[in-house]
Design a protein around this ligand. Structure first.
Ligand SMILES: [Fe+2]
Ligand SMILES: [Fe+2]
Length: 231
């Protein structure tokens, strides 16, 4: 059995995943509407379906395993901005560009959404979180069902990420004028990695390896910048 403190650390991580999955499934429709390429649009329609399934998985997990949890209580500023508020603004910016017909603004809005959603949220934060769950299972031998669910989500996310980074690179090749704001976004989000790691590991009653997880996060960050053609 977990102690109450250990349970709290686990629920904190699951709550952020749940809030993140709800937010990404809410915003992705704007993006899909704005992407002109039909193959990409078909792919994105399956991605929306998968993101909603991921949110459903965490919702059911809370209901059946953890009972009633106020997941929004874990949305500290280090996570709320990137996962909810700023992502929603990026979706709404696409929506405005679409509805006002100002296509000049649309290419920048698409690039920034791709960098934020696929590059940072999926490409740095989520993929780091999966290793947290791997470490948890290795350490405690507990939660095999949670781990199995995460394993399936992870394989969906691998496809989302591959498509997203491919699209980001393509967009930046077409619009080199957008390289600077994307680089700025990556750099400012990279600087938040220690604070985000601290939130999960302070306190750390599960006794997982904070520095290992932070190093994984930096490695993903570097790899995403390379894939986008930024380094
Ligand atoms: Fe997801
Ligand atoms: Fe995803």
């Amino acid at each position: 059995m977990l102690t109450p403190d250990q349970r709290e650390q686990l629920i904190k991580t699951c709550a952020l995943f749940y809030e993140g999955e709800v937010s990404v499934s809410d915003t992705l429709a704007w993006f899909m509407l704005a992407v002109p390429d039909l193959d990409r649009r078909m792919f994105l329609s399956t991605q929306i379906f998968e993101e909603v399934k991921h949110a459903e998985f965490f919702e059911r997990y809370f209901q059946e395993v953890c009972g009633k949890v106020d997941t929004s209580a874990y949305l500290v500023p280090e996570y709320r901005g990137v996962l909810l508020d700023e992502l929603r603004q990026r979706g709404e910016t696409i929506g405005r560009a679409l509805t006002t017909g100002q296509n000049g603004d649309l290419s920048l809005a698409l690039v920034m959404f791709t960098a934020h959603y696929m590059g940072i949220v999926e490409g740095v934060m989520a993929v780091t979180g999966y290793d947290f769950f791997d470490d948890l299972l290795a350490k405690t031998g507990m939660f095999p069902q949670l781990h199995e669910g995460i394993r399936m989500i992870r394989s969906d996310e691998g496809r989302h990420l591959t498509h997203g980074m491919d699209y980001l690179r393509e967009l930046l090749e077409q619009h080199p004028e957008h390289v600077a704001p994307v680089r700025e976004l990556f750099i400012s989000e990279g600087m938040k990695i220690p604070a985000r790691t601290d939130f999960i590991f302070t306190p750390n009653p599960l006794g997982l390896d904070r520095d290992r997880i932070q190093a994984i996060s930096y490695a993903h960050h570097e790899q995403r910048m390379r894939e986008a053609g930024l380094s």
